[in-house]
Design a protein around this ligand. Structure first.
Ligand code: NOJ
Length: 548
């Protein structure tokens, strides 16, 4: 375990961005690194600390780049390696760190390794992938992309065998039982780290190995491999991080942090909190949020959760019960077109019906719950979605910069864009929802969020503190203390659509001055009686408590 790490990721806010979707500098209809570099000031001004880049490698783009055809280059439409180096250098100048997606589990079927592997068992690359003559093998593994896949095995006419894939059939899984695959992945890892990355978001890690009689997820062999990779990182890139994507229950994610001393991933996404934030505001009850957080085991001191409201995928409903799933679908996916696999393909603002108060409340929670928040590009300006686009493209539409052609994203013909901008008449049209308008308007959601982020920076308790729930009788109020060293932050949130009274037991803090964080307005000092607040609909407070 590295002892020298500054743990910067614990205090960081991450910003997830698709280089395809952000800014097109060369007018070919797809975003690129030159465009992204031009927009770095925008990202820095948001107050975020680390960019997470979605896959940028050469790819047939049948899974938006998670289908990699060459690990050592930049997709030609995104630029070249020099553009990437410039991007990294410019990001560093602005104190922005950058992590990128590392796709270990699978490649595109267009990758040279697979093209060779298909030639048959005698080919040296054949064993890079997982083959079988019998599709009953590993039948304990579930299907993830339920919309498109019927089996995790697909017949290859050339090899005359079936190959294994946990995702699309054009994405064959690599065979981690083959030490050559490890060598290849270390090479890939070094290549990108040496170009100046601050780490990786490791894609789809539960599925690296397969073993008969298991569900082929989270296997001990997978953890062994990841631990070695981490040790390698500690040795050669001591300030870098690994952020794991394991869409699992917290107790199954725990081992990804290592054996108690944090020697595997620095960070892991906390998937099950996310749907419960949305549930909380529709059920008007804090129960499921408290339940999932109480059920989350403590993690090693050098580790951190990554929490989020939305990302580039469907809002996944894998980590909820049947009943909860039905509730979420009823509430948030009234149109079947909104469903994609086991989730909902909508953006944040449409999910909350463009209600500014609910969007603020969700961010007030996201930015104050334990973990480092990951924001998804476009959500900061309240972008809409397009559920009629295929797969998950409806939440991957071009960033909206201004009210010019193509929302200022590109000079290409509108029909040339990789996917259309949001231009349906209505509240999400890019003529009203765009960066320029959001920045100009002092009271916009965007400016509100930038301000909130600034205040979050002042307190280490958000990134590093523990959490203690207060349990007021009114269950519509979700409230907790975040404490770190001398800092005491109190969050009080009204999950309901109506005004609510609440009485808090703050007896432990009698005599403390309660200060509203974003305004520094003093609230009454904590007395002997319960602390009373009136909350307007969907409102929240961030307070800090000052010792008398
Ligand atoms: C997880 C990524 O988030 C998703 O977008 C992708 O389709 C799968 N991994 C398969 O690579």
């Amino acid at each position: 375990m590295s002892t020298s790490h500054s743990l910067w990721y614990k205090d960081a806010i991450f910003y997830e961005v698709s280089p395809r979707a952000f800014k097109d500098a060369n007018g070919d209809g797809m975003g690129d690194f030159q465009g992204l570099t031009e927009k770095l000031d925008y990202i820095a001004d948001l107050g975020v600390n680390c960019i997470w880049l979605l896959p940028m490698y050469p790819s047939p783009l049948r899974d938006d780049g998670y289908d990699i055809a060459d690990y050592y280059n930049i997709h030609p439409q995104l630029g070249n390696l020099d553009d990437f180096k410039t991007f990294i250098a410019e990001a560093k100048k602005r104190n922005l760190r950058v992590i990128a997606d590392l796709v270990l589990n699978h490649t595109s079927d267009q990758h040279m390794w697979f093209q060779e592997a298909r030639k048959g068992p005698d080919n040296p690359y054949h064993d890079y992938y997982v083959w079988s003559d019998d599709i009953q093998k590993y039948s304990g593994a579930r299907i993830i992309f339920t919309d498109t896949e019927r089996s995790n095995w697909t017949w290859d006419e050339s090899a005359k065998r079936f190959y294994w894939h946990r995702f699309f059939s054009h994405q064959p899984d690599l065979n981690f039982d083959n030490p050559k695959v490890h060598e290849e992945m270390y090479k890939v890892f070094r290549f990108w780290m040496d170009l100046g990355l601050d780490g990786f978001r490791a894609d789809a890690v539960p599925y690296l190995y397969e073993r008969e009689g298991t569900n082929c997820e989270n296997l001990p062999e997978t953890h062994d491999f990841l631990k070695q990779l981490r040790a390698y990182m500690d040795e050669h890139y001591p300030e870098a991080i690994l952020l794991g994507e394991a869409n699992q229950w917290p107790e199954d994610v725990l081992p990804y942090f290592g054996d108690g001393d944090g020697d595997e991933f620095h960070m892991s996404f906390h998937f099950p909190i996310m749907p419960r934030l949305y549930m909380g505001i529709r059920q008007e009850d804090r129960g499921s949020l408290e339940w999932i957080i109480n059920r989350t085991p403590a993690i090693p001191a050098n580790c951190q959760w990554a929490i989020f409201l939305r990302n580039h995928d469907e809002l996944t409903l894998e980590m909820v019960t049947e009943e909860e799933r039905a509730f979420m679908v009823r509430e948030y996916a009234p149109n079947p077109r909104m469903m994609c696999n086991v989730g909902i393909r909508r953006r944040l603002f449409p999910l909350v019906e463009n209600d500014r108060r609910q969007a603020e409340l969700l961010h007030g929670l996201l930015l104050s719950l334990p973990g480092s928040p990951v924001l998804y590009y476009g959500d900061e300006i309240g972008m809409g979605d397009n559920i009629y686009l295929p797969d998950r493209f409806g939440v991957r539409t071009p960033m909206q910069w201004n009210d010019n052609r193509n929302a200022g994203f590109s000079n290409a013909k509108p029909s040339q864009l990789y996917v259309p901008v949001i231009d349906d008449p209505g509240p999400y049209h890019y003529q009203s929802v765009n960066v320029e308008a959001a920045q100009e308007n002092q009271t916009s959601f965007y400016n509100w969020l930038v301000n909130l982020i600034e205040h979050r920076e002042r307190f280490k308790a958000f990134g590093r503190g523990d959490i203690t729930f207060l349990h007021p009788a009114n269950r519509k109020i979700f409230t907790y203390l975040r404490r770190y060293e001398n800092e005491v932050v109190l969050v009080v949130a009204n999950l309901s659509r109506s005004p609510q009274p609440v009485e808090l037991d703050l007896s432990e803090y009698q005599g403390y001055q309660v200060m509203e964080m974003t305004s520094n307005v003093p609230f009454p000092v904590v007395g002997a009686a319960s602390y009373q607040l009136s909350m307007s609909p969907y409102s929240f407070f961030w307070f800090y408590l000052v010792k008398p």
